[in-house]
Design a protein around this ligand. Structure first.
Ligand SMILES: *[C@@H]1O[C@H](CO)[C@@H](O)[C@H](O)[C@H]1NC(C)=O
Length: 229
C-alpha cells in the first residue's frame, strides 16, 4: 500500500504537472485524465492545469473565502453574524478563513463551534418572587430560585431581601410584604390624634343626626298642613 502511494506521488511530481520544488503539501485533484495541484487556502482555481502549465489560482475577494486547499473555481460566501440570532462578529472574514461569530451581551450560545457560536438566545429573566441565583454567562442561561420566609425579590435581585419591619422603624404597617414585594409602612398615628379624631367624628355624627331629625319633623308638619286644608 505504502509502495503504491509512493508510486502515485512519484507520478504526480514527475509526470503530472506538480511542481516538485514546492514546499507546499501538494494536494492533488483529478480533472478528466489529468492530475492538477490544488490552490492554496485563500485562492480559487482560475484555470485547471494542462500538459504544459500548472493550475492557475486567483485570490478570494468580496467577502468570500476558502479555508482549505481546493479545486473549487469559486470561493464560499463569508458567514454573516445575525444580531437577530444574538450574534456579533468576533473575528472578521479573511480570504482564507470564515467569519467567527460571538454572542451578544446578555445572550448565551445554543450552538457552539470550535471558536465561536452559530446561534444564541437571550438570558431568561427571573419572575417576581424569584432571585437570580446564577447570572447567565456566554454559555449558560440565568438560574432563578424562589424566595422563602420573610423575604422578597422583584426578579432582578441577586438575593432575596428581608421585608422592612415597620414596627422597628416606629411606623405602622399599611400592607404586609409578599415574596415579590416589600411591606409598606405609614406614619404611626399617636393615641391623642386618634382620640381627637374620634371625638370630632362623634360630634359631627350627633350634629348630622339632630339636623336630619329637625328637617324630617318640619317636612312632616308641612305635609300634614297641606293635607288638612
Ligand atoms: C426591581 O427593583 C430594582 C430596584 O428597586 C429596579 O431597578 C428594577 O427595575 C426592578 N425590576 C423589575 C423587573 O421590576
Amino acid at each position: 500500500m505504502a509502495q503504491f502511494e509512493s508510486f502515485i506521488w512519484t507520478i504526480h511530481f514527475i509526470l503530472l504537472n506538480v511542481d516538485p520544488c514546492s514546499t507546499y503539501d501538494p494536494a492533488i485533484y483529478k480533472i478528466g485524465d489529468r492530475y492538477c495541484r490544488m490552490c492554496l487556502p485563500g485562492y480559487h482555481v482560475h484555470s485547471h492545469c494542462t500538459k504544459s502549465t500548472f493550475t492557475s489560482c486567483v485570490p478570494c475577494i468580496d467577502s468570500t473565502f476558502l479555508d482549505e486547499p481546493s479545486d473549487k473555481t469559486t470561493c464560499n460566501n463569508c458567514t454573516t453574524c445575525d444580531p437577530g440570532l444574538g450574534l456579533m462578529v468576533k473575528q472578521p472574514c479573511t480570504p482564507s478563513s470564515d467569519t467567527v461569530c460571538g454572542t451578544l451581551e446578555g445572550f448565551y450560545c445554543l450552538d457552539p463551534t470550535k471558536d465561536g457560536c452559530r446561534a444564541a438566545q437571550r438570558h431568561s429573566s427571573c419572575l417576581p418572587g424569584q432571585y437570580i441565583s446564577h447570572a447567565g454567562t456566554i454559555s449558560t442561561d440565568t438560574v432563578c430560585s424562589d424566595c422563602t420566609g420573610d423575604t422578597y425579590s422583584n426578579g432582578s435581585f441577586t438575593s432575596c431581601q428581608p421585608h422592612t419591619q415597620c414596627d422597628t422603624l416606629k411606623l405602622q404597617q399599611i400592607k404586609p410584604g409578599t415574596h415579590w414585594s416589600d411591606s409598606e409602612c405609614g406614619p404611626q398615628i399617636s393615641p391623642i390624634a386618634t382620640l381627637i379624631f374620634a371625638v370630632v367624628v362623634g360630634v359631627l355624627a350627633v350634629i348630622a343626626a339632630v339636623t336630619t331629625a329637625a328637617i324630617m319633623k318640619r317636612r312632616r308638619k308641612k305635609h300634614q298642613r297641606s293635607f288638612n286644608s
